[in-house]
Structure formats: C-alpha cells, structure tokens
Design a protein around this ligand. Structure first.
Ligand code: BGC
Length: 762
C-alpha cells in the first residue's frame, strides 16, 4: 500500500473502513465525504456497457451503448490487437456513461457446449482465452477505465451456479481453470477480479483463502481488489479473511456491522480489513483520475462492431456457392433475418444504440437481385409444417436460398444451461426440406455456443457461423456472403458431432451439490484427441475464399534452455486471387513426460493479412510456459528434459509442418521421493537413480532366487507372474519388506538410510 493510501486508512474509523468494503448500492462503492473518498460506479460487461440509468435502484433499464459481438465471436477473431481496439471503444463509452469499472471480461473455460454463459466466454483453451483477455483488458485500462476479470474460478456451468461444488484436482485447476486468469492478472493487471458464485472443492469462491489470497494475491502478486459476484458472499467476516475485499451489491448494513464487531471482539485482525480498504482505495483514486464526461461516437463504434463481427465469423463449409455470384433471385428464409439473434440473456444484455437487420443489410447490397423473405420458423420451438412448406416453395422458385438460423430467443442465457446441442426439430426439418429443392442453400447460423449440425449439413452448400454477432453483425454477414469481406475467423472451440461425445458428458451438470471434473485437463480438443473421437469441426478451423501456403518453417535453435524458450518462424503466402487473413497456430507436443499430458496444446498464434501472391514471415516466441506443466507435488510449473515437437498448423488437425527441438531443464527441483515411492519412481529421478541402480540389481537377483519368471526356468516357485514387473511399481519399502531375509538391517532403517543419502545429494 502506498504511503498516501496508508495515511488515509489511518484516518478512517472502523465503521468507515467496514462500510467501504460493502457497496453503497447495486452499482456504487461507499464514499467517505469527510476524507474526500469518492464513490466509483461499476457496470456490466463484458461486450458493452450496461449502465443502468439509476444506480440506486434495481431497475434494469440501461442507457444505450454499443452491443459488440459476444466473446465466442471475439475469440474466433484470434486478434488481440482488435480486442485492444474494442477495449478502447468500451472505455470511451464507459467514460461517457460515467462508469469507472466495467465488469468483464470473463475467461472461464467452455467445459461443455451446453454452458448457459458460453457466449460470454472465449474458449475451451486457456492459452487463447488468456491472450485475448489481455488484449481486451489492456485496451480498456489504457483509457483509465477499470476491468473486472470474472468469474474466479471454475464457473463453467449455470446449473446450481450459486451453490455447486466443483470437485477438481490441483493440476487441472491450475492448468485448465486458472491459467487464463493467471495470464491476465500477471500481464494486464485488471483493476478488479470478480469471484465466482460456486464452490471449489467444498469452499465458496467468496470464502476461498487458497484461491483469493494464496494463489491470486500471494503467488500472482495481484494488487487490485477482489469483488464478489453479485450476492456471492455468505459469511462476510470469513470472506474478508479469505481475501474478498468488496462485497456487492449494497447496501448491507448488517454486514458492515458484522465486520466492525468482529474487529472489536478480536475475531478479525484489523490489518486484514486495512489491507482490503487499501486495495479498494487504490482503485477508487486511480479511477477518479479519469474524468467521466463527454459523449462517445456511436456511429464509429457501430462500424467497429461490424468490423469485429466480420473478423469473428467462421466459414464452416463452402462448396463454391460463396461468395454469391450470378444470382437473380434469393429466397431469404428464417425469423432471424428480420429479428437478429445478436446477444445473450442476463446481466450482459445491452440496450443497443441501433440494431441492423440482416435482411435489410443483404438487400442494400443486392444490386439486380430480387429477395423474397419467408419466416421459416416461429419465435419458439414449436413445430409448424406450413412454415416449412412455404419456405420450400419460395426456395424452389429462387436461384439460391439463404437460411438464417437461430435458436429460439432466451435459449442461451445466464442462469440456466442449454438443454440441447441440437437445434429444434422445426429448424432441422426446415433446413433438410429446403436443401431437397434448392442445391444452392447457404445456412447462416447465429448462436452463442455451437449447435450440432447433425446430418443436415451434408446437403447444404455452405455454412457461415456468425455467432451472437452484436448490433452491427448483420452487415458483416451480407458482406461475407457477397465476397466484399473474405471470412477469416477460426473456431475457438470444437464443434462436436453429439453431446454424448463431449468431455464432461457423464459428469454434467452434477448432482447432490457436486460436479466432478473427472476428465481433468482433457477438455475441448485435448479430450477429442486423447480419445480419437471424430468431431464435426475441430478447434482452430475456418475456411477462407483464398488459400495459404506455409513454407520455410524454422526454429531459432534445435536445442534450448527452458528459461530462454524458442522462436518458431514460418513464411505464409496467399496463393489465391483474393486478399485474406490467415490464423497460424503453434501447438507443442511433449515426446515423453512423467505425468500424463494432452497430445498437444496451443502455445502460440498469429493472424496475418495478405494480398494475393504476398508472403509474410511470422515469428512466434514460445516461452517457458509453452513447455511446462503444473506438477501438484512440486506445487509449481515445471519442465522436463527431452524432445518436443513444434507443430505449425492451420487448425488443430491441419498440421502443416512439424519441427523438433530438445529442451534442457534449468530448474533445480527438490527431490520428492519419499517412503511410498516406487522402484520406478526412484529410477526415474536423477538423484534416486544414482542410489537405486546398484540396489536394483540386488533386488532383481533376489527376486529371481525366490521366484522364477517363466515356465522354462521353473525353480519350483513359479506362480505365473513376472515378480519384477510387480516390484517395479511397489513402494521400495514394501519390496525391502518382502526381501527382508536378504537385508542386513530392518527394511525401515534401510529405506531411511537411502533417503538420507538422497538428501545429501541435493
Ligand atoms: C453475474 C455477473 C455480473 C453481476 C452484476 C451476476 O449475476 O454473474 O457476471 O457482473 O451479476 O450484474
């Protein structure tokens, strides 16, 4: 805490300090006028500013703001600079709307495509989510507006979100569910972090000392404050001790009193309260350095929202029908052509400054093309054959059909999970029926999380995934359909064939208050690859109207020290006739590891813009973390000596080049062998091996004397097993106990003496 802040804390009364740690209203902190401590205003987030008109009421009416595409679309841009630019625009709106801290971004992992808030989250990959969050946070905070990185941590479903306990092992927690938070906290330093509602391994996140204090504040050196999700605090004093600085919403007089009483009666150490107060004041004064006045350029932001949408849309299939050409008549089918499905439900819902209509945007770009619109499906999931018949008739009379397909409104929202991967029966029947009469059928999907494409995809000519595209996305769709924009988004999440194939299928959404993360680090492509499960569209996939060649792959070195990392370079050439953008992905595969690892993991990416025939060199640095994994016994990220493949890829299954390099581990790790370590573990440990090697032979000889290992050398003691195979994975102590008669001292003493020798080697 700075001296200035400390001086203010010293002047505050106990009641004032307790009050500062609880909101004054749903959206403001508590001011202390006597000491010149102002309030700050916080607002949702994450893809627009939802500034409620009256911060003192629970009325949801919010002022108009730009509704940018939601996180699924943002992530599919793979463009951190673009997210930075969007962040700046969000901050400009926050400043104009008198908002000090924007409640976002959300970096929770997409564990299942059914997660109700998946549209608010970036990816199934923690590396990608972390990088994108850094771009967005840096953009917002560069203008003097704060962010709230949420929801910390492991908030991956809506079912029982206020109470469910996520049962997750430590390695999975760090590698999969904390990594994006860690990256964002360390690199972008969000002013605030919002704790999640759920429990992790039995403790509410709001009362989780390990998450909030040990990991976030101590290990990651986080200096901002932790705010509760709205209503996430249960026991206020416990949460304060755990590291939860600000409780929202307020006012909560009894909480303030509970904190003050706890200090008075000695159950709460006042220094803990002071630390929280110091953290909150640090942000309050920082926020007030940016005056909240003026207006924002709604028209410019609308254009930016359109650009972002166009970069995030993913062309999934194209038999050549796109971009549209030589067409006189188009059947435009589907409710969402007139009523765009462009954002999700819940606290992120923006009162958009304007909303473009897909049909109108298409029409304004359709010179000499006649458009005929029909509804196709109702505003819910009811079945109407007559709407399908009408669509079929219209489609059969046109040169092409564009089906705007979106699930019923409210399908995807905060507060509940999606019930089905697949679209309603009406939508599926509509697509299938139209494709029967119209070969040039293009499906434009709007959804926050992927929908199953079933067998309807086989007969459609093209599919454009346009996500929850924000208020200006309709124009981006039309531009892509007509080839004014070359699609360049790639999937930040896998599209599976069936819900039964998805990683948590048997552990979703949990029962009796718990959800077990049994698939561990294997979510998304890590899971499908480990189990050789075929998917509809893989992570990292997306088509373009042009083609790219990857050539001249090279590494800065073929042997390197972990702390130095490695730079991978590749030349990318646009080999087609249209300008376009390519997303290059770098995955790392570890040849051999002591702990199980995914087949490969994304560790770098870049997006390049290329004119036809143009070549650019892309250099991507892979740092220590690109090769490390979290070891639950060392309680740290470690590397291991050995060979690593560097895969230069256009998607997670489209590997263009593989290079190999040898890593030298520079870590000096403490020895973790103990009384339960097996012979194999002793032999795998470099120091253990020195001691174990001579013993190993003795153990082996003794085993041979006692048991024969195959029928031919039967010494009368054959029990049909290779005893050494069993011994190798038994604790050394138990092996000694078996062979006690051949030892010169008791088994326990023998092991103690070996462990002593081992520690002398450290
Ligand atoms: C949501 C948060 C949101 C907060 C304030 C909660 O219900 O989980 O994401 O920021 O409400 O609206």
């Amino acid at each position: 805490m700075s001296e200035n802040i400390q001086a203010i804390v010293n002047k505050m009364t106990l009641e004032e300090k307790a009050a500062l740690c609880t909101g004054a209203s749903a959206w403001t902190t508590t001011p202390v006028e006597r000491l010149g401590i102002p309030e700050i205003v916080v607002s949702d987030g994450p893809h627009g500013v939802r500034r409620v008109a009256d911060v003192n009421s629970m009325n949801m009416n919010s002022r108009p703001a730009t509704c940018f595409p939601t996180a699924s679309c943002l992530a599919s841009t793979w463009d951190t600079d673009l997210l930075h630019t969007m962040g700046e625009a969000l901050a400009e709106e926050a400043i104009a709307l008198n908002v000090d801290v924007l409640l976002g971004p959300g970096v929770n992992m997409k564990r299942s495509p059914l997660g109700g808030r998946n549209f608010e989250y970036f990816s199934e990959d923690p590396y990608l989510a972390g990088e994108l969050a850094v771009g967005l946070i840096n953009g917002i905070q560069s203008k003097g507006v704060g962010t709230s990185l949420k929801h910390y941590a492991a908030n991956n479903q809506e079912f029982h979100r206020l109470s469910i306990s996520v049962e997750v092992d430590e390695r999975t927690l760090h590698e999969t569910y904390l990594a994006a938070f860690e990256k964002a906290v360390k690199v972008a330093k969000p002013w605030t972090v919002m704790c999640a509602y759920n429990k992790v391994n039995g403790d509410y996140c709001s009362e989780h000392h390990k998450l909030l204090t040990e990991i976030l504040k101590n290990d990651w050196k986080y200096e901002g404050f932790v705010v509760s999700d709205w209503g996430a605090v249960h026991e206020r004093v416990t949460s304060l001790v755990a590291g939860l600085d600000l409780e929202m919403p307020g006012p909560q007089e009894r909480r303030v009193k509970a904190v003050a009483d706890a200090v008075r009666n000695g159950t709460l150490d006042e220094s803990i309260l002071d630390d929280s107060v110091g953290r909150i004041l640090g942000i309050v004064f920082k926020a007030k350095k940016t005056p909240k006045t003026g207006s924002f350029d709604a028209a410019q932001h609308h254009i930016l929202a359109e650009k972002i949408a166009s970069e995030g849309m993913v062309l999934l299939k194209n038999n050549g029908v796109l971009p549209l050409k030589d067409i006189q008549q188009i059947a435009v089918i589907g409710q969402s052509a007139m009523h765009p499905y462009y954002q999700g439900g819940g606290s992120s819902h923006i009162n958009a400054t304007q909303v473009d209509i897909p049909f109108k945007e298409l029409q304004s770009r359709s010179e000499n093309v006649e458009l005929a619109y029909v509804e196709g499906y109702a505003n819910d999931d009811s079945f109407h054959q007559e709407l399908i018949d009408e669509a079929v008739k219209t489609a059969s009379e046109a040169d092409a059909a564009i089906l705007y397909i979106a699930p019923p409104p409210s399908w995807e929202s905060e507060g509940y999970d999606r019930q089905s991967l697949d679209l309603p029966k009406q939508h599926i029947t509509l697509i299938k029926s139209v494709t029967k009469v119209q070969p040039n059928t293009v499906v434009v999907l709007n959804n926050g999380a992927p929908v199953g494409v079933g067998d309807w995809i086989d007969d459609v000519a093209a599919v454009l995934e346009s996500w929850m595209m924000g208020q200006a996305g309709s124009a981006a769709i039309a531009d892509i359909l007509y080839g004014r924009i070359n699609p360049s988004g790639k999937l930040a999440e896998t599209i599976p064939h069936r819900i039964e194939d998805t990683p948590p299928f048997l552990n979703w959404p949990g029962e009796t208050g718990k959800v077990f993360y049994g698939e561990r680090m294997f979510i998304g492509y890590r899971y499908y690859e480990a189990k050789s499960i075929d998917v509809q569209y893989p992570f990292g996939y997306g088509l373009s109207y042009t083609s790219f060649q990857y050539s001249n792959p090279r590494l800065s070195s073929t042997s390197f020290k972990d702390k130095d990392g490695l730079t991978v370079s590749v030349d990318i050439t646009n080999t087609g006739s249209l300008a376009g953008k390519e997303i290059i992905q770098i995955y790392v595969h570890d040849h051999e590891s002591t702990l199980i690892r995914p087949e490969k993991e994304l560790k770098g990416f870049a997006k390049v813009d290329l004119q036809p025939g143009e070549t650019k060199t892309v250099d991507i640095h892979l740092d220590f973390r690109a090769f490390a994994f979290y070891h639950p016994i060392y309680k740290d990220w470690i590397t291991e000596n050995g060979a690593y493949d560097i895969l230069i890829a256009a998607s997670s299954i489209d590997i263009r080049h593989t290079l190999t390099a040898n890593l030298e581990c520079t870590l000096h790790l403490p020895c973790i062998l103990d009384k339960e370590s097996t012979i194999r573990e002793w032999m795998d440990d470099p120091r253990g091996k020195i001691i174990m090697t001579p013993m190993f032979e003795q153990i082996q000889n003794q085993a041979r004397r006692t048991f024969a290992s195959d029928e031919s050398e039967d010494n009368g003691n054959n029990i049909g097993m290779d005893v050494m195979d069993m011994f190798t994975d038994m604790p050394l102590l138990s092996v000694f106990a078996f062979q006690q008669s051949a030892l010169t001292m008791p088994a326990e003493e023998m092991l103690d003496s070996l462990l002593n020798q081992l520690h002398n080697l450290e």
